[in-house]
Ligand binder design. Structure first.
Ligand code: ATP
Ligand code: K
Length: 305
Protein backbone atom coordinates (compact mmCIF):
# COMPACT_ATOMS: atom_id res chain seq x y z
CA UNK A 1 0.00 0.00 0.00
CA UNK A 2 1.53 3.29 -1.00
CA UNK A 3 1.30 6.32 1.22
CA UNK A 4 3.58 8.63 -0.71
CA UNK A 5 2.43 12.22 -0.40
CA UNK A 6 1.94 13.87 -3.78
CA UNK A 7 1.83 17.56 -3.00
CA UNK A 8 -0.35 19.67 -5.28
CA UNK A 9 1.92 20.21 -8.22
CA UNK A 10 0.16 21.99 -11.07
CA UNK A 11 1.30 25.38 -12.30
CA UNK A 12 -1.93 26.81 -10.88
CA UNK A 13 -1.19 25.27 -7.48
CA UNK A 14 -4.41 23.27 -7.64
CA UNK A 15 -4.39 19.58 -6.71
CA UNK A 16 -4.70 17.31 -9.76
CA UNK A 17 -7.55 14.88 -9.16
CA UNK A 18 -8.56 12.13 -11.59
CA UNK A 19 -11.96 10.54 -11.05
CA UNK A 20 -12.67 7.24 -12.82
CA UNK A 21 -16.28 6.19 -12.54
CA UNK A 22 -19.91 6.44 -13.45
CA UNK A 23 -21.92 9.29 -14.96
CA UNK A 24 -25.67 9.15 -14.86
CA UNK A 25 -28.86 11.14 -14.80
CA UNK A 26 -30.79 10.89 -11.53
CA UNK A 27 -34.57 10.73 -11.92
CA UNK A 28 -35.72 11.79 -8.47
CA UNK A 29 -39.25 11.47 -7.15
CA UNK A 30 -40.42 12.55 -3.70
CA UNK A 31 -43.30 10.83 -1.98
CA UNK A 32 -44.74 10.65 1.53
CA UNK A 33 -44.14 6.88 1.42
CA UNK A 34 -42.61 4.30 -0.95
CA UNK A 35 -44.89 1.81 -2.75
CA UNK A 36 -44.87 -1.88 -1.89
CA UNK A 37 -44.87 -4.57 -4.61
CA UNK A 38 -47.85 -4.18 -6.94
CA UNK A 39 -48.84 -0.87 -5.35
CA UNK A 40 -49.13 2.63 -6.86
CA UNK A 41 -48.78 5.75 -4.74
CA UNK A 42 -49.08 9.41 -5.74
CA UNK A 43 -45.76 11.24 -5.53
CA UNK A 44 -45.24 14.91 -4.73
CA UNK A 45 -42.54 16.06 -7.16
CA UNK A 46 -40.18 14.91 -9.91
CA UNK A 47 -36.77 16.27 -10.90
CA UNK A 48 -34.02 15.30 -13.33
CA UNK A 49 -30.53 15.93 -11.95
CA UNK A 50 -27.05 14.81 -13.06
CA UNK A 51 -25.56 12.13 -10.81
CA UNK A 52 -23.60 8.88 -10.72
CA UNK A 53 -21.02 8.38 -7.99
CA UNK A 54 -18.10 9.16 -10.32
CA UNK A 55 -19.64 12.35 -11.70
CA UNK A 56 -20.77 13.44 -8.25
CA UNK A 57 -17.30 13.05 -6.81
CA UNK A 58 -15.75 14.87 -9.80
CA UNK A 59 -18.15 17.82 -9.46
CA UNK A 60 -17.68 17.97 -5.68
CA UNK A 61 -13.88 17.94 -6.05
CA UNK A 62 -13.99 20.71 -8.69
CA UNK A 63 -16.19 22.90 -6.47
CA UNK A 64 -13.64 22.40 -3.70
CA UNK A 65 -10.99 23.92 -5.96
CA UNK A 66 -9.23 20.90 -7.48
CA UNK A 67 -8.17 20.54 -11.11
CA UNK A 68 -10.39 17.56 -12.01
CA UNK A 69 -10.30 15.21 -14.99
CA UNK A 70 -13.18 12.75 -15.32
CA UNK A 71 -12.68 9.39 -17.03
CA UNK A 72 -16.06 7.88 -17.85
CA UNK A 73 -18.68 7.31 -20.53
CA UNK A 74 -22.13 8.60 -21.39
CA UNK A 75 -24.71 7.42 -23.93
CA UNK A 76 -25.23 9.10 -27.32
CA UNK A 77 -28.65 10.29 -26.11
CA UNK A 78 -30.00 13.63 -24.85
CA UNK A 79 -29.13 12.66 -21.29
CA UNK A 80 -25.48 12.25 -22.30
CA UNK A 81 -25.40 15.79 -23.71
CA UNK A 82 -26.88 17.15 -20.49
CA UNK A 83 -24.35 15.22 -18.39
CA UNK A 84 -21.44 16.66 -20.43
CA UNK A 85 -22.84 20.18 -20.17
CA UNK A 86 -23.10 19.79 -16.40
CA UNK A 87 -19.41 18.80 -16.20
CA UNK A 88 -18.51 21.90 -18.22
CA UNK A 89 -20.65 24.13 -15.99
CA UNK A 90 -18.71 22.75 -13.01
CA UNK A 91 -15.28 23.12 -14.67
CA UNK A 92 -14.60 19.36 -14.86
CA UNK A 93 -12.33 18.35 -17.77
CA UNK A 94 -14.32 16.03 -20.10
CA UNK A 95 -11.57 15.09 -22.59
CA UNK A 96 -11.98 11.47 -21.44
CA UNK A 97 -15.79 11.28 -21.25
CA UNK A 98 -16.61 9.77 -24.63
CA UNK A 99 -20.19 8.89 -25.71
CA UNK A 100 -20.85 5.20 -26.51
CA UNK A 101 -22.54 4.74 -29.90
CA UNK A 102 -26.09 3.31 -29.83
CA UNK A 103 -26.21 3.22 -26.05
CA UNK A 104 -28.22 4.96 -23.34
CA UNK A 105 -26.64 7.00 -20.60
CA UNK A 106 -26.66 5.50 -17.14
CA UNK A 107 -29.70 6.40 -15.05
CA UNK A 108 -30.49 6.25 -11.34
CA UNK A 109 -34.13 6.05 -10.31
CA UNK A 110 -34.34 7.57 -6.84
CA UNK A 111 -37.26 7.58 -4.42
CA UNK A 112 -37.06 10.00 -1.51
CA UNK A 113 -39.64 8.88 1.04
CA UNK A 114 -40.00 8.38 4.78
CA UNK A 115 -36.78 10.26 5.48
CA UNK A 116 -34.49 8.03 3.41
CA UNK A 117 -33.65 7.19 -0.21
CA UNK A 118 -34.05 3.97 -2.20
CA UNK A 119 -32.34 3.73 -5.58
CA UNK A 120 -32.33 1.54 -8.73
CA UNK A 121 -29.31 2.08 -10.97
CA UNK A 122 -29.29 1.15 -14.71
CA UNK A 123 -25.60 1.16 -15.66
CA UNK A 124 -25.88 1.27 -19.49
CA UNK A 125 -22.89 3.29 -20.86
CA UNK A 126 -21.04 2.93 -17.56
CA UNK A 127 -20.35 -0.72 -18.38
CA UNK A 128 -18.17 0.60 -21.22
CA UNK A 129 -15.64 2.10 -18.81
CA UNK A 130 -13.38 -0.88 -19.56
CA UNK A 131 -9.64 -1.30 -18.87
CA UNK A 132 -9.01 -0.74 -22.62
CA UNK A 133 -10.94 2.52 -22.54
CA UNK A 134 -9.20 3.77 -19.39
CA UNK A 135 -5.78 2.81 -20.84
CA UNK A 136 -6.15 5.71 -23.32
CA UNK A 137 -5.86 8.08 -20.35
CA UNK A 138 -2.96 6.36 -18.60
CA UNK A 139 -0.80 9.50 -18.58
CA UNK A 140 -3.51 11.50 -16.84
CA UNK A 141 -3.69 8.81 -14.16
CA UNK A 142 0.08 8.65 -13.73
CA UNK A 143 0.34 12.44 -13.38
CA UNK A 144 -2.45 12.88 -10.81
CA UNK A 145 -1.98 13.81 -7.16
CA UNK A 146 -4.78 11.36 -6.33
CA UNK A 147 -7.08 9.03 -8.27
CA UNK A 148 -10.61 8.37 -7.00
CA UNK A 149 -12.69 5.39 -8.11
CA UNK A 150 -15.99 3.74 -7.11
CA UNK A 151 -17.83 0.54 -8.01
CA UNK A 152 -20.46 1.60 -10.56
CA UNK A 153 -18.01 0.55 -13.30
CA UNK A 154 -16.69 -2.97 -14.11
CA UNK A 155 -14.66 -4.77 -11.43
CA UNK A 156 -11.79 -5.47 -13.86
CA UNK A 157 -11.41 -1.73 -14.44
CA UNK A 158 -10.98 -1.10 -10.72
CA UNK A 159 -8.34 -3.86 -10.63
CA UNK A 160 -6.55 -2.41 -13.68
CA UNK A 161 -6.51 1.13 -12.27
CA UNK A 162 -5.24 -0.15 -8.92
CA UNK A 163 -2.26 -1.73 -10.68
CA UNK A 164 -1.44 1.42 -12.67
CA UNK A 165 -1.63 3.58 -9.54
CA UNK A 166 0.50 1.22 -7.48
CA UNK A 167 3.18 1.09 -10.20
CA UNK A 168 3.17 4.87 -10.65
CA UNK A 169 3.05 5.48 -6.88
CA UNK A 170 -0.13 7.56 -7.24
CA UNK A 171 -2.48 7.32 -4.22
CA UNK A 172 -5.78 5.62 -5.06
CA UNK A 173 -8.94 6.24 -3.03
CA UNK A 174 -11.50 3.45 -3.51
CA UNK A 175 -15.04 4.24 -2.41
CA UNK A 176 -16.43 0.66 -2.51
CA UNK A 177 -19.99 1.71 -3.37
CA UNK A 178 -22.21 0.04 -4.26
CA UNK A 179 -20.84 -2.81 -2.16
CA UNK A 180 -19.29 -5.87 -3.77
CA UNK A 181 -16.38 -8.12 -2.96
CA UNK A 182 -13.00 -6.40 -3.31
CA UNK A 183 -10.09 -8.72 -4.06
CA UNK A 184 -7.07 -8.90 -1.77
CA UNK A 185 -4.91 -7.85 -4.76
CA UNK A 186 -6.88 -4.62 -5.17
CA UNK A 187 -6.80 -3.85 -1.45
CA UNK A 188 -3.01 -4.26 -1.50
CA UNK A 189 -2.73 -1.67 -4.28
CA UNK A 190 -4.92 1.08 -2.82
CA UNK A 191 -4.05 3.80 -0.33
CA UNK A 192 -7.52 4.50 1.10
CA UNK A 193 -10.87 2.67 1.17
CA UNK A 194 -14.04 4.41 2.38
CA UNK A 195 -17.11 2.16 2.81
CA UNK A 196 -20.15 3.12 4.85
CA UNK A 197 -21.08 0.62 7.58
CA UNK A 198 -23.24 -1.52 5.28
CA UNK A 199 -20.58 -1.63 2.55
CA UNK A 200 -17.87 -2.49 5.10
CA UNK A 201 -19.82 -5.57 6.19
CA UNK A 202 -19.86 -6.83 2.59
CA UNK A 203 -16.33 -5.82 1.53
CA UNK A 204 -14.86 -7.32 4.72
CA UNK A 205 -17.27 -10.26 4.99
CA UNK A 206 -16.30 -12.72 7.70
CA UNK A 207 -14.57 -10.05 9.80
CA UNK A 208 -16.06 -7.86 12.49
CA UNK A 209 -15.76 -4.14 11.89
CA UNK A 210 -13.15 -3.97 14.65
CA UNK A 211 -11.06 -6.71 13.00
CA UNK A 212 -11.23 -5.02 9.59
CA UNK A 213 -10.24 -1.64 11.04
CA UNK A 214 -7.24 -3.18 12.82
CA UNK A 215 -6.16 -5.06 9.71
CA UNK A 216 -6.10 -1.84 7.64
CA UNK A 217 -4.81 0.95 9.89
CA UNK A 218 -4.90 4.43 8.27
CA UNK A 219 -6.29 2.81 5.09
CA UNK A 220 -9.85 1.83 6.02
CA UNK A 221 -12.17 4.76 6.85
CA UNK A 222 -15.77 3.83 7.63
CA UNK A 223 -18.32 6.62 7.22
CA UNK A 224 -21.06 6.46 9.85
CA UNK A 225 -23.55 9.13 8.76
CA UNK A 226 -24.32 11.68 11.46
CA UNK A 227 -21.75 9.96 13.70
CA UNK A 228 -18.75 10.87 11.49
CA UNK A 229 -15.87 8.63 10.39
CA UNK A 230 -14.20 5.70 12.16
CA UNK A 231 -10.68 4.34 11.53
CA UNK A 232 -7.79 2.67 13.34
CA UNK A 233 -4.67 4.82 13.65
CA UNK A 234 -2.27 1.95 14.47
CA UNK A 235 -2.79 2.27 18.20
CA UNK A 236 -6.49 2.84 18.75
CA UNK A 237 -9.85 3.23 17.08
CA UNK A 238 -10.62 6.87 16.39
CA UNK A 239 -13.98 8.45 15.55
CA UNK A 240 -13.75 11.87 13.94
CA UNK A 241 -17.17 13.39 14.65
CA UNK A 242 -19.03 15.23 11.93
CA UNK A 243 -20.84 18.54 12.39
CA UNK A 244 -24.40 19.07 13.66
CA UNK A 245 -26.68 20.31 10.89
CA UNK A 246 -30.36 20.30 9.98
CA UNK A 247 -30.33 17.44 7.48
CA UNK A 248 -32.88 17.74 4.66
CA UNK A 249 -31.53 15.19 2.11
CA UNK A 250 -28.54 12.90 2.69
CA UNK A 251 -28.25 11.96 -1.02
CA UNK A 252 -24.67 12.68 -2.03
CA UNK A 253 -23.23 12.80 1.51
CA UNK A 254 -20.90 9.90 0.82
CA UNK A 255 -19.80 11.34 -2.53
CA UNK A 256 -19.13 14.75 -1.00
CA UNK A 257 -17.16 13.21 1.85
CA UNK A 258 -15.02 11.18 -0.56
CA UNK A 259 -14.33 14.12 -2.85
CA UNK A 260 -13.38 16.45 0.01
CA UNK A 261 -11.28 13.81 1.76
CA UNK A 262 -9.50 13.06 -1.57
CA UNK A 263 -8.87 16.73 -2.41
CA UNK A 264 -7.45 17.40 1.07
CA UNK A 265 -5.16 14.36 0.84
CA UNK A 266 -4.04 15.43 -2.65
CA UNK A 267 -3.11 18.79 -1.16
CA UNK A 268 -0.92 17.02 1.40
CA UNK A 269 -3.18 17.64 4.42
CA UNK A 270 -2.87 15.25 7.40
CA UNK A 271 -5.30 12.34 7.72
CA UNK A 272 -7.19 13.98 10.59
CA UNK A 273 -7.44 17.31 8.78
CA UNK A 274 -8.56 15.57 5.60
CA UNK A 275 -11.31 13.72 7.50
CA UNK A 276 -12.44 16.93 9.18
CA UNK A 277 -12.53 18.67 5.79
CA UNK A 278 -14.55 15.73 4.42
CA UNK A 279 -16.98 15.79 7.35
CA UNK A 280 -17.48 19.54 7.02
CA UNK A 281 -18.16 19.39 3.28
CA UNK A 282 -20.45 16.35 3.64
CA UNK A 283 -22.40 17.85 6.54
CA UNK A 284 -23.03 20.97 4.47
CA UNK A 285 -24.20 18.78 1.57
CA UNK A 286 -27.01 17.20 3.59
CA UNK A 287 -28.57 20.60 4.31
CA UNK A 288 -29.66 20.89 0.65
CA UNK A 289 -31.75 18.87 -1.79
CA UNK A 290 -30.10 16.56 -4.34
CA UNK A 291 -26.68 14.97 -4.65
CA UNK A 292 -24.82 17.74 -6.51
CA UNK A 293 -27.27 20.43 -5.39
CA UNK A 294 -25.81 20.40 -1.89
CA UNK A 295 -22.13 20.12 -2.73
CA UNK A 296 -20.37 23.12 -1.20
CA UNK A 297 -17.71 25.38 -2.67
CA UNK A 298 -14.26 25.69 -1.11
CA UNK A 299 -15.22 29.04 0.36
CA UNK A 300 -18.35 27.63 2.01
CA UNK A 301 -16.35 24.85 3.67
CA UNK A 302 -13.58 27.16 4.87
CA UNK A 303 -16.05 29.64 6.34
CA UNK A 304 -17.39 26.80 8.51
CA UNK A 305 -13.99 25.40 9.52
N1 ATP B 1 -26.98 13.81 9.20
C1 ATP B 1 -25.69 14.15 9.00
N2 ATP B 1 -25.14 15.19 9.67
C2 ATP B 1 -23.84 15.54 9.48
N3 ATP B 1 -23.01 14.90 8.63
C3 ATP B 1 -23.51 13.86 7.94
C4 ATP B 1 -24.86 13.43 8.08
N4 ATP B 1 -25.06 12.37 7.26
C5 ATP B 1 -23.89 12.16 6.64
N5 ATP B 1 -22.94 13.03 7.04
C6 ATP B 1 -21.55 13.12 6.58
O1 ATP B 1 -21.43 12.40 5.38
C7 ATP B 1 -20.54 11.29 5.54
C8 ATP B 1 -21.04 10.14 4.72
O2 ATP B 1 -22.33 9.77 5.19
P1 ATP B 1 -22.79 8.23 5.21
O3 ATP B 1 -21.91 7.47 6.12
O4 ATP B 1 -24.25 8.23 5.49
O5 ATP B 1 -22.43 7.81 3.73
P2 ATP B 1 -23.31 7.10 2.62
O6 ATP B 1 -24.13 6.02 3.27
O7 ATP B 1 -22.39 6.73 1.54
O8 ATP B 1 -24.23 8.30 2.20
P3 ATP B 1 -25.23 8.44 0.94
O9 ATP B 1 -25.38 7.06 0.35
O10 ATP B 1 -26.49 8.99 1.57
O11 ATP B 1 -24.56 9.41 0.06
C9 ATP B 1 -20.49 11.05 7.04
O12 ATP B 1 -19.29 10.41 7.42
C10 ATP B 1 -20.58 12.48 7.55
O13 ATP B 1 -19.35 13.13 7.41
K1 K C 1 -27.95 16.45 -0.39
Amino acid sequence: MSHTQHPASTASGKAKVCVIGSCSMDLVVTSSRRPGAGETVLGESFKTVPGGKGANQAVAAARLGANVTMIGRVGDDHLGKAILQNFKDNLVNTDYVEPVTDMESGTAHIILAEGDNSIIVVKAANDHVTPEYVAQAIEVIQNSDIVMIQQEIPEETVAYVSEICAKANVPLLLNPAPARHVSEAVIKNISYITPNEHEASIVFEGMTLEQALRQYPNILFVTEGSNGVRYYDGEQEVVVPTYKVDAVDTTGAGDTFNAAFGVALAEGQSLQDAIRFGNRAASLSVTKFGAQGGMPTRQEVEEQL
